[in-house]
Design a binder for this molecule. Structure first.
Ligand SMILES: Nc1ncnc2c1ncn2[C@@H]1O[C@H](COP(=O)(O)OP(=O)(O)OP(=O)(O)O)[C@@H](O)[C@H]1O
Length: 354
């Protein structure tokens, strides 16, 4: 029997490990673009899943953004049927008319479609082909925009996506390995032109920044960036747990948070408590910046009788009677008095742009 090429074996091992960690029954569905990463993943799933007692299918999304996209989707689907994956679905999505830039709109449309298909088939998991290289890019981009530990933790290997477990079995597999696996299996991956488009920061990181880092710092740099994500994620998990407990302890029956309890917390925990609380209040997570959270934090740590902290989604938070409270309307004069307090009028001037 011919030896299994090492990249093919490595990807199968990663897939087998991911499948054994699944708790639910139901098929696993590979989200496959036809690119090298998700094609290598789908090939490994087609081999491993039946041997591990799992049904396995494939979904490919046609964003309709490039000529030939429908043919690309059909080609992926026909191949998937040939290798025994079932169910196989091609989903055409409408990207135009959505919020955000084209990349974000395509991602939103794609994930909605994938969740719909996974829900309909009661899938045990949706598998994506994100690799170690994608993870390294994510960490670098997060570092560059000052995203903090939440961003530096990169993509988790498992997370809930609107009720569907999203699993990324290839986070420790390199892009070189997925390409080599495709070549060894005689598969021709689709090359996404967006991946080479310098209009996208991620494409520039992929094409220009990472090669320079590898050339100057050595080939271990990609593994090291991905390891950074794992280390930070582990620390985040502990801090998030502490923050869950602290949020409970700080809650007041009127929906506010006790300032005294917040003030006693370590800054890293308090930041998480405030973030979680304003999410609950309905602040859209994507629009919540460190400046919003800093303004909120000042109500606790640098109380001078200032006015409300203004948050995205039209929310305001004031400090009143020893608590942080959401304040739908301006209520001058009703805030805590502080020695030498400035009047409560509008946003904190120390936080520009709010
Ligand atoms: N059109 C699509 N249909 C289904 N799944 C997709 C599609 N595009 C992306 N995905 C899923 O999302 C993952 C990440 O996609 P992205 O385009 O960000 O990365 P990539 O490194 O180019 O991946 P790939 O080589 O698989 O295209 C893919 O590996 C795949 O699982």
């Amino acid at each position: 029997m011919a030896a299994i090429p090492p990249p093919v074996a490595a990807i199968r091992v990663a897939v087998r490990r991911a499948l054994t960690e699944l708790s639910a029954d139901g098929p696993v569905l590979v989200a496959c673009s036809g690119g090298a990463d998700s094609l290598a993943l789908a090939a490994a799933v087609a081999f491993v899943a039946p041997r591990a007692g799992h049904a396995a299918g494939l979904v490919t999304v046609d964003h309709g953004l490039q000529t030939g996209s429908a043919e690309r989707a059909e080609t992926v689907a026909r191949w998937a049927e040939q290798v025994g994956l079932t169910p196989v679905e091609v989903v055409r999505v409408e990207v135009a008319g959505r919020r955000g830039g084209p990349e974000a709109a395509a991602r939103e449309a794609r994930y909605q479609a994938l969740v719909e298909v996974a829900g309909r088939h009661r899938a045990a998991a949706l598998l994506t082909g994100h690799t170690r290289d994608d993870q390294a890019e994510t960490v670098l981009l997060a570092l560059a925009r000052g995203a903090g530990p939440r961003g530096l933790a990169g993509m988790p290997p498992r997370r809930d996506l609107a009720g569907v477990p999203l699993v990324r079995p290839l986070l420790e597999i390199s892009r070189g390995q997925t390409r080599a696996a495709c070549a060894a299996l005689g598969l021709t991956p689709w090359e996404d032109p967006h991946n080479l488009d310098p209009a996208y920061a991620r494409s520039r990181v992929r094409a220009e920044v990472l090669p320079v880092l590898v050339a100057t710092l050595g080939p271990g740099v990609l593994d090291n960036l991905a390891r950074t994500a794992r280390l930070v994620a582990a620390d985040n998990a502990v801090l998030d747990e502490l923050a869950d407990e602290a949020l409970l302890a700080a809650r007041h029956p009127d929906g506010g948070l006790a300032v005294k309890t917040l003030a006693d917390l370590a800054a890293a925990v308090r930041g998480r408590v405030l973030r979680a609380w304003v999410h609950e209040l309905g602040a859209p997570p994507a629009a919540l910046s460190h400046r919003h959270l800093a303004a909120l934090d000042l109500l606790v740590t640098d109380w001078r009788g200032q006015g409300a902290a203004y948050l995205p989604g039209g929310l305001r938070v004031v400090r009143r009677a020893g608590r942080l409270l959401p304040a739908p309307d301006e209520a001058p004069g009703a805030v805590d008095e502080a020695p030498g307090a400035v009047p409560a009028e509008g946003p904190d001037p120390a936080v520009p742009g709010l």
